[in-house]
Design a protein around this ligand. Sequence first.
Ligand SMILES: *Cc1c(COP(=O)(O)O)cnc(C)c1O
Length: 364
Amino acid sequence: MISPAPRPEILTIHPYIAGESELPGANRTVKLSSNEGAFGVPPSARAAIATAAEEAYRYPDGGADRLRAAIGKRWGLDPTRIVCGAGSDDLLYQFCLSYGGPGRDIIMSAHGFSIYYIAGIYAGSRVIKVPERNLTADLDAMLAAVSPATRLIFLANPNNPTGSMLPAEEVARFRAALPPEVLLVLDSAYAEYVTHPAYDAGTRLVDATGNTVMTRTFSKIYGLGGMRIGWCYAPPTVVDVLNRVRGPFNVSVAAQAAAIAALAEPGWVEKGCAHNAEYRPKLSAGVEAAGLKVWPSEGNFVLVDLGTIETANAADAFLRTSGIIVRKVGGYGLPHCLRVTVGTAEEVGLVVDAFAEFMRRSRG
Ligand SMILES: *Cc1c(COP(=O)(O)O)cnc(C)c1O
C-alpha cells in the first residue's frame, strides 16, 4: 500500500514535546514543566467560562471585537492593530505561513522557542538557528545571518527556555539595522513578569516601525493556557494579512469570555508578578545553594545547568520519584539543563529540597 506523502520537509519536524502533567503512581504531582502561572485560573475567568457554556452553540465573534477593545484599553493600544489567536502559537504559525515559504528564510536564535522552527519548516522556509552568547541571543550574529532571502526573524524576549532578556535599546538598534522587508516578531509571552527597567515588551518599536510585531499570551501570568488565547500588536499591513489567513473563528466563545474577565480581575497580574519577583530569586538561590548553576531569568522559570546530560537525566529521574515534573530541554539544544517553573511558595520549597537531596545522594 502506498501512503499519501506530505512535502518531505514535514517529516523532518519532531513533534513539539509539551511539559508532562502526570506521574503514574505518584499520589501528588507538582507540575513545574510548562511555565503556567502559579495561581491557577482567575476566579472571574472561571465564572465567565461557566457562563459561556450557554453560548457554546453559537459561533464566536470572529473579530474578537470586545476582547480586542479590552486589550486595547488595558495597554493603551489601538484595537484595530490587534489580532487575536488560539494561543500566540496560532499567530506564530500565521506569520511563518504568510511571510515565510520556499526561498524565504527565517532566522531565530539557537535556543529560541521551538515553535518558530516547527512553524517555519512547515511553511517551507529554511530556518537558520544562530548561535547564542551566554545563552542570550547574539544580535550581531543574527544580523550577519541576514541575506536577501531573509523575510522573518523571531526573538523571544525574555526567551524560553533560557530566561535571558534583551534591553529595549539593543532590540531597537537591531531593528534599525535590519532590512525593512524583514518582519521582526518580538515574542513577549513573559512580559508581565519582567521587572528589569531596561525592558520594553515591544509596543514602542511596533509604533515606531512598519515592520515589527509583538505577540502576547494569556497562557502564562493570566492562567489561561488551557483556553488557548493570545494576541499580537502589529502594523496595519500585517493586521490585514493575518485577517485574511487566520481561522475565521480561531478564538472560542469561552476563551474570549475568559480573557475579558481575566483582564478585569483586580490585582491578578500584580499578585503574579510580585510572587514571581519574590520566589524566582528564592528558587535560584536554593538550587544554587545545593551546588548547581542557575542561569539568570526574567521569566517565571529558571534554567538549571547540571553540567552534563547524564546528571540532568539523573536529576530529572530523581525529581520524578519525588512527584515533581520539570522540563527537559534537550530539544532546545540544552540536554544538560532542566527548566523549572516558579510555582507556589510550597512548590518552590519542594523542588529546592529535591535538588538538594539529589545533590547529597550523588555526592554519596
Ligand atoms: C508559552 C510561550 C508562548 C505562548 O504560547 P501560547 O500559544 O500563547 O500558549 C509563546 N512564546 C513563548 C516563548 C512561550 O514560552
